[in-house]
Design a protein around this ligand. Sequence first.
Ligand SMILES: *Cc1c(COP(=O)(O)O)cnc(C)c1O
Length: 399
Amino acid sequence: MVRAIEDRHSASVYERLPAVIVKGRGSILWDINGKEYIDCMGGYGVAIVGHCNPKVVSAVEAQSKKLITCHGSLYNDARANLLEKITRISPKGLDGVYLCNTGAEAVECALKLARRYSGKPEVIAMTRGYHGKTLGALSATWNQKYRTPFMPLVPEVKFAPFGDAEKVRDAITEKTGAIIVEPIQGESGIYVAPDGFLKELREICDEKNIVLIFDEIQTGFGRTGKMWACEHWNIIPDVICLAKGIAGGLPLGATLAKREVMSAFKTGDHTSTFGGNPLSCAASCATIDYILEENLVERATSLGIVFKDRLNKIKDKCRIVRDVRGLGLMLAMELRFDIRNILIGGIERGLIMLYSGKNILRFLPPLVISKEQIHKAMDILDALVSEDEKSRIEVRSKE
Ligand SMILES: *Cc1c(COP(=O)(O)O)cnc(C)c1O
């Protein structure tokens, strides 16, 4: 029933997995038949503090009885609490905040802000970069599959190879106002910035008065074993985009900027009706408190080692695995073949994974996942990959 209704009425824009999910707690999801799954998709990285985190649930419950909506033209206590909390943990100096509702919106804000501040329209984005699918964010997203049907996009966006600072430098002109980059590219398959790259970008931007934007929508809030991925290289951008895990599952996005940069926005320049609503703000406060109180950032590091070690063991055993990479609990396993069978096999055996392109498995589990759950998930994956390899060898020997 559920699947039939969704298939009939919903815009068919999502590649679906065959499961109807009705309930979640921590790292576990249940389908409509009561079957249990270990969730290594984590709502594409949203469920950082786990599904229905009790602290988030009670904050939402309390706030929903007090006030749910409050436009930005009025002051609000829940919003003020969040602004204080988020700037206390933000990269040094980034204490100007614009609140919106999604990742793509956080990027839209960053792009407009960079134009407003620098007065220069050109943006340099990275090959394989992903920043969302609204027209502005899409213009900085690299994948042709997402772009081509919607041409023309916002003009003056150029792409330079991720990891090659000299090529970035070559792409810069008088009109370049911003460089936008994910410190670890998520959507395209977990590619970690090579050492030195972000530092060189910082130097280039300082030298040429260009706004450096880090898109940490997927890497933020402890995912990679640091509160912000940019801490792995000790680089501070001028603007940072946040969303996904920020509010424990509720829709919220944020663009943080140096005060001087954020002050380029004047009244009316950029607003959002739902942006900074009390309900999402209260959920975000609870999420940040939980991350700090439960040391989830350190947990992502230590569990990331366990997780990656298991992935590497599968790689050592199976020739169809080409690469394992990532930091903290932001990991990928690249195969030599299409992974659709493995994803579906996971659903059958109680493991939900995520794809990045045709042949890359991505893992963004809640940071509250237990060691036992990781081992159980990896036992399932180990069996699936081994069986997939075996069936490919059998098919080959029959030919
Ligand atoms: C998910 C994501 C976005 C887009 O966020 P939406 O909430 O889907 O609009 C942008 N950038 C990165 C790095 C992301 O991972």
